[in-house]
Design a protein around this ligand. Structure first.
Ligand code: CTP
Length: 401
């Protein structure tokens, strides 16, 4: 799949530079011809000899290398590569790429590249969340640059949060997907994620607990596997994965509308959102004052979006989620049947490592054909991959009928 491909790996100056060695090694083992460019700052962290040895090629470090008069010019590094991967990508190299600055070899090669460019950011959380960095990323995404990561976890600065470089094996996986087109190539996937909020008055709302992580991982992995992804998301603190069409909503009724509008045009719907089942019957125009000892709220049922999709379903594969605290199997089987689903992903949210806010999940996936896939504790990203494997299987079974 990668055999004979030419990949230029650009290494910028972050501590995660040492992890790029594993990526280069993985690429070479997959049969790729790898050329490595290192910035001056990257060489403060790792010696070029490491990459030269792994790649079997001398490392390029300067715009004014005498080798450019010979068989390879700095433009060849850009234009003869099937892919340029920046790993790790610092805020600085992202800013240069976003603004067309070409003041060293790597930034010049980025500017001279007409083919695909993949950026794997790694930086401190505060830097990553800085609006300037986010604007630069948004601009590059819009221009078609692939972004892989960052992930959440412990950071070299001693803190923990978003900003960690994605694991080299995961980056390698995405690179392979880019070249194969992926098993979801051309498939239109609609994913709902996050909570919905139901306003009570101008300052208060009721909501479900949900970080949106499961849905966002699904969107990211579906994209990487070639899917055309629409992500209908309630309010969450997560960056939208590269390349997805993000539709932001707040209430269940807004989510309902966004999903119904798109339903006919999509092939797969995955409803990972935690939709608030009820909304306040009346939304107070002014802030409710705490004058009474007791406040009774009257709630009204929201539309069950998934059940409606089950009724409208034609060719679409429909995947639902069920968050349960007891009788998981029984409730899951009932939801699968009653909502006319192809797959139902059930998790017992009272188990440690499953449910809200954590990066892991423990799920059982119930399929319409009677099979049950029980997965151990794994990352939400890995769970997303397994769900999408089953979606692909359902689509294959459907086309065989
Ligand atoms: N769901 C939906 N619309 C709603 C409520 C839920 O589309 N108004 C979807 C969720 O996105 C999820 C699935 O239904 O995919 C299951 O949600 P869950 O809350 O576990 O189950 P409910 O069907 O709401 O049943 P109950 O709350 O009684 O367990």
């Amino acid at each position: 799949m990668l055999k004979g491909k030419k990949i230029t790996v650009g290494i910028a100056g972050g501590i995660a530079a040492y992890k790029a060695a594993e990526l280069v090694s993985g690429l070479v083992q997959s049969g790729t011809v790898v050329n490595v460019i290192m910035t001056d700052a990257a060489r403060q962290f790792v010696q070029p000899l490491t990459f030269a040895t792994l790649a079997g090629n001398a490392v390029y470090t300067s715009m004014f290398d005498e080798r450019y008069t010979g068989e390879i010019t700095h433009l060849d590094l850009a234009q003869k590569a099937d892919l340029l991967v920046i790993v790790p990508a610092t805020a600085n190299i992202i800013a240069k790429a976003a603004h067309g600055i070409a003041d060293d070899l790597l930034s010049t090669v980025i500017l001279a590249t007409g083919g695909p460019v993949m950026i794997c950011p790694a930086m401190n959380t505060v830097m990553y969340n800085n609006p300037v960095v986010q604007q630069n990323i948004a601009k590059l995404r819009q221009l078609g640059y692939y972004f892989v990561g960052p992930a959440s976890g412990s950071l070299a600065c001693g803190t923990s949060g978003l900003g960690r470089m994605k694991a080299p094996q995961e980056i390698l996986q995405v690179i392979k997907q880019i070249f194969t087109g992926g098993d979801l190539a051309g498939v239109k996937v609609l994913i709902s994620a996050g909570p919905t909020l139901e306003p009570l008055d101008p300052v208060r709302y009721i909501a479900n607990r949900s970080s949106g992580k499961m849905g966002y991982h699904l969107a990211e992995v579906a994209m990487e596997r070639g899917g055309e992804v629409i992500l209908v998301s309630g309010p969450v603190q997560l960056p939208a994965p590269a390349g997805v069409q993000l539709v932001k909503v707040e209430t269940a009724r807004q989510m309902h509308q966004a999903i119904i509008e798109n339903f006919n045009a999509v092939d797969v719907v995955i409803k990972a959102a935690a939709v608030t089942d009820y909304r306040p019957k009346q939304v107070a125009a002014e802030k409710i004052k705490k004058n009474e000892d007791q406040l009774l709220l009257s709630l009204q049922k929201n539309p069950d979006i998934l059940a409606e999709l089950g009724r409208l379903k034609q060719h679409q594969i429909l995947v639902g989620f069920a968050a349960e605290t007891n009788n998981l199997e029984q409730y899951a089987q009932a939801k699968l049947k009653n909502k006319n689903l192809d797959l139902l992903v059930a998790n017992n949210v009272s188990m440690p490592g499953a449910g809200f806010d954590v990066d892991t999940n423990i799920v059982k996936i119930f399929c319409q054909n009677g099979t049950v896939t029980e997965l151990p504790l794994m990352s939400k990203r890995a769970v997303a991959s397994r769900i999408l494997d089953l979606v692909v299987r359902c689509r294959n079974e459907q086309s065989e009928q």
